[in-house]
Design a binder for this molecule. Structure first.
Ligand SMILES: O=C(O)CCC(=O)C(=O)O
Ligand SMILES: [Fe+2]
Length: 349
């Protein structure tokens, strides 16, 4: 009989640095229950179909907090075009990329070079955030910007510094819009999965957190020699409600199982990954799991991924969802806003 051995890791969460027990065994493939592939086609079907979908989402959210989605409605061509734009952007000389330096941006968007965020990693990122001007459901973007105390120029910074790249803005915005629409549909499934009416969160998603990243993990030419360095993203949880993640074929994403073992969340063609973030775990009174994950890119080639982090309206104060509270499960958390929960932890990483 083999015995499992464990070690402790330190990781970043919305509650600061926390320590977790982790098996020292190499990552294994997840079972179908641990990280299921869920067909999203019923999302546009009848209420009964949406409820059946919600019960699958509930099971996955309560177990590992990660699942793949198939038939998500985002055209493969748009994903591939976005990937080409990401590659074109990162292939530029550093002098060009830092024209949209993240630290000089007024809206926390832009370029982060290798080694510039607090999570251990070897990666560079391009990030954009929610902008009412490109949200097709926003009827008055001008006053929305004024309310947030922002000007058009703040949001234009990343587009001005990339305007020499043909179609970069057009494709990047279009991919962002398609994931925003998908996230707004999915949040209604989460509402059902939590035992509420499906419009429960609608009021807090009019100008939601919607941060989209292009990530480039450079390859490690001599993997054996580099085996001691961090190659990817260190262990962390995502801080908002949920993440929609596209990853290329490289592999390397590892997810902590309910039994504290690393699972290999391998890429599956035609799918995106959805994972629960800290804020949704909090609103669910810990029923849904915001799960620790990390990325290793131990290969000579570059790895690319494109995550989209979805949160609620930053100022909306949200309480633990009533259906997750009863005499035996009193609320574990005070009401808080998604913006407050994320303060200090979002760094474009
Ligand atoms: O690159 C990936 O596959 C995952 C990225 C990630 O976990 C993150 O950016 O929070
Ligand atoms: Fe993550």
């Amino acid at each position: 009989m083999t015995t499992q051995t464990y070690t402790q890791i330190e990781l970043l969460s919305a509650n600061g640095t926390v320590s977790r027990r982790v098996s020292t065994a190499p990552p294994r493939l997840p079972t179908d229950d641990e990280i299921p592939v869920i067909d999203l086609a019923p999302i546009d079907g009848t209420l009964d179909k949406r409820k059946a979908l919600a019960s699958r989402v509930k099971a996955a959210s309560e177990y590992t907090g990660f699942f793949y989605i198939r038939n998500h409605g985002i055209p493969e061509e748009l994903i591939q075009n976005s990937l080409s734009q990401a590659k074109t952007f990162f292939n530029q000389p550093l002098s060009q990329k830092i024209k949209i330096d993240f630290s000089a941006s007024k809206v926390s968007a832009g370029y982060h070079g290798v080694g510039s965020t607090q999570v251990n990693h070897l990666k560079e990122t391009f990030s954009m955030r929610y902008d009412p001007r490109i949200d097709p459901t926003c009827t008055d973007p001008k006053s929305a910007l004024e309310q947030e105390g922002k000007s058009r120029d703040d949001g234009d910074y990343i587009w001005k510094g990339t305007s020499h790249l043909p179609k970069f803005q057009e494709v990047t915005v279009s991919f962002w819009q398609s994931r925003l629409a998908l996230a707004r549909k999915l949040v209604r499934i989460f509402a059902l999965a939590l035992g509420e009416r499906e419009d429960y969160f609608d009021g807090v998603t009019s100008h939601p957190g919607a941060d989209a990243l292009y990530i480039h993990y450079p390859g490690v030419p001599d993997v054996a020699a580099g085996s001691n360095i961090d190659v990817g993203i260190g262990s962390h949880t995502d801080i908002q409600c949920f993440t929609l993640l596209w990853q290329d074929d490289s592999g390397g994403l590892q997810v902590l199982s309910a039994q504290d073992e690393w699972l290999d969340a391998r890429p599956i063609g035609g799918t995106l990954i959805v994972n629960i973030g800290d804020f949704l775990q909090r609103l669910s009174n810990n029923k849904f799991k915001s799960t620790v994950h990390r990325v290793y890119n131990r290969q000579p080639d570059s790895r690319y991924s494109m995550p989209f982090f979805f949160g609620f309206n930053p100022e909306a104060v949200c309480k633990v969802v009533p259906s997750c509270v009863d005499d035996e499960h009193p609320p574990l958390y005070e009401p808080i806003s998604c913006g407050e929960g994320a303060i200090g932890t979002f760094s474009g990483s």
